[in-house]
Design a binder for this molecule. Structure first.
Ligand code: PMP
Length: 440
């Protein structure tokens, strides 16, 4: 009998082709393009636990986890349930809602912040933190580190790592010289350079902004005492320390990277930024900190900031359910799986004779090639690695059903849902990838 044949499932290539005709570069965020690894980006249609499924029905173990948010794994039942209930109650009210202060309280219960303002993206969070720092100090300069990424607001795109590093762009067109001139860029882990900058222009510096541990030039572990030094030098010169935990917050540990650095050393930053995990996969981020600084925000103070969808009830529900379920056990699991993953990776690379180093920040790590002698301590060293080994490595993993970040300048993310079956698949894929990297 004649049957109506359903339309053939779209291929990744066909989808990419279609996307490119209407979306610049076919992607809505540049790192999603396989710019540095080559080939067509993969279109995902479904996710569950540690797995992603693409448009062709292929399943991958996901080591990107939406670039961080999916701490509990994809479609965690408690998160999905909370989101469904929020959706049934209404998508957006444009008013205050009960969940937004609950999420703020949960955040303030984990790290020492007195006020939390919800925004929708990490970019907004850091942009607002910068404006707050300028408003609080009545100074104009910002110091950032080469290779640290803080989102794409104009003044923060100088030497911004990650997507920018991947594409080898010097910064960005469209940023005026005047804006760029207000951002002083210093090498990461370089205390002498920072002392010099403060000696020369200390009275003009509103803030130093840093990733709590850089994860956007690959992971770079702060040298022992470096973060404490940032706290000390900013305080000495009357500048604020902006501590960007958009990526590391509630992921590097239950209290973010601060729990591994600031808390043991007994200090706190002035302003913090969060994102990713606090939204559990929905668009939410936050700027937070001491009341004295945060209360400069409108409507209390003169520093303006706003957002139509800030504190969106569906996003708040996802964030709340994620943080409420991010128990000690979850962090133990992620820690164990991340260590297991590192051991498997190191074993395969060593077996294949690939020179490498692993940089780690709590549960986050990345690999760099040709760097075993010294590791990677700053942006110049990150860029000097044998980046050409990553493309064949990445594609071998993809072929064997493991989805890695499509750039060597990114951390690897695991979730609490990465169980034995997922780890076994990674273990099977890694030797192929390591041999491909060796042959490059
Ligand atoms: N800060 C850091 C440390 C980040 O890693 C990112 C995003 N990867 C951002 C800020 C910007 O966040 P968003 O992409 O949500 O704007």
């Amino acid at each position: 009998a004649e049957s109506t044949t359903p339309a053939a499932p779209a291929t990744n290539a066909a989808l990419y082709e279609a996307a490119r005709s209407v979306i610049p570069g076919g992607v809505n965020s540049p790192v999603r393009a396989f710019g540095s690894v080559g080939g067509d980006p993969v279109s995902m249609v479904r996710a569950a636990g540690p797995y992603l499924t693409d448009a062709e029905g292929r399943e991958y173990v996901d080591l990107v986890c939406s670039w961080g948010p999916m701490l509990l794994g994809h479609n965690h039942p408690a998160v999905v349930d909370a989101v469904h209930r929020a959706v049934d109650a209404g998508l957006s009210f444009g008013t205050s809602t009960p969940d937004e202060y609950r999420l703020a309280e949960l955040i303030a219960g984990r790290v020492p912040v007195e006020r939390v303002r919800m925004v929708s993206t990490g970019t907004e969070a850091t942009m607002t933190a910068i404006r707050l720092a300028r408003g609080a100090t009545e100074r104009h300069l910002i110091v950032k580190f080469a290779g640290c990424y803080h989102g794409h607001s104009d003044g923060l795109l100088a030497a911004a790592g990650s997507g920018v590093a991947t594409q080898s762009l010097p910064g960005s067109a469209g940023v005026t010289e005047a804006q760029a001139a207000e951002t002083l860029v210093v090498d990461y882990n370089d205390r002498a350079a920072l002392e010099e900058v403060f000696a020369a222009r200390g009275s003009e510096i509103a803030a130093v902004i840093t990733e709590a541990a850089p994860c956007n030039m690959g992971v770079v572990t702060p040298d022992p005492g470096f973060n404490r030094f940032l706290r000390e030098i900013t305080a000495r010169h009357g500048a604020l320390l902006i501590w960007d935990e958009v990526l590391t917050g509630f992921r590097a540990s239950d209290t973010g990277y601060w729990g591994l650095s600031g808390r043991p050393e007994g200090w706190t930053p002035d302003l913090w930024t969060f994102g990713k995990v606090i939204g559990g996969g929905m668009p939410t981020a936050a700027v937070a900190g001491r009341a004295e600084v945060m209360d400069l925000l409108a409507p209390l103070g003169p520093v303006y900031q706003a957002g139509t969808l800030s504190g969106n009830p569906v996003a708040m529900a996802a964030g709340l359910a994620t943080l409420q379920n991010a128990t000690g056990e979850v962090y133990d699991t992620i820690t164990r799986r991340s260590q297991q993953l590192e051991e498997l990776l190191v074993g395969s690379l060593t077996e294949a004779g690939v020179d490498h180093s692993i940089q780690r920040a709590g549960t986050l790590f990345s690999v760099a090639f040709g760097t075993s002698a010294n590791g990677v301590h700053d942006y110049a060293e990150a860029q000097a690695q044998e980046t050409f080994r990553y493309a064949p490595f990445f594609h071998a993993m993809l072929q064997h059903g493991v989805y890695l970040p499509p750039s060597v300048f990114e951390a690897w993310f695991v979730s609490a849902a990465h169980g034995d079956a997922a780890m076994d698949r990674i273990a099977e894929a890694l030797p192929h990838a390591a041999r491909a990297a060796a042959a490059a």
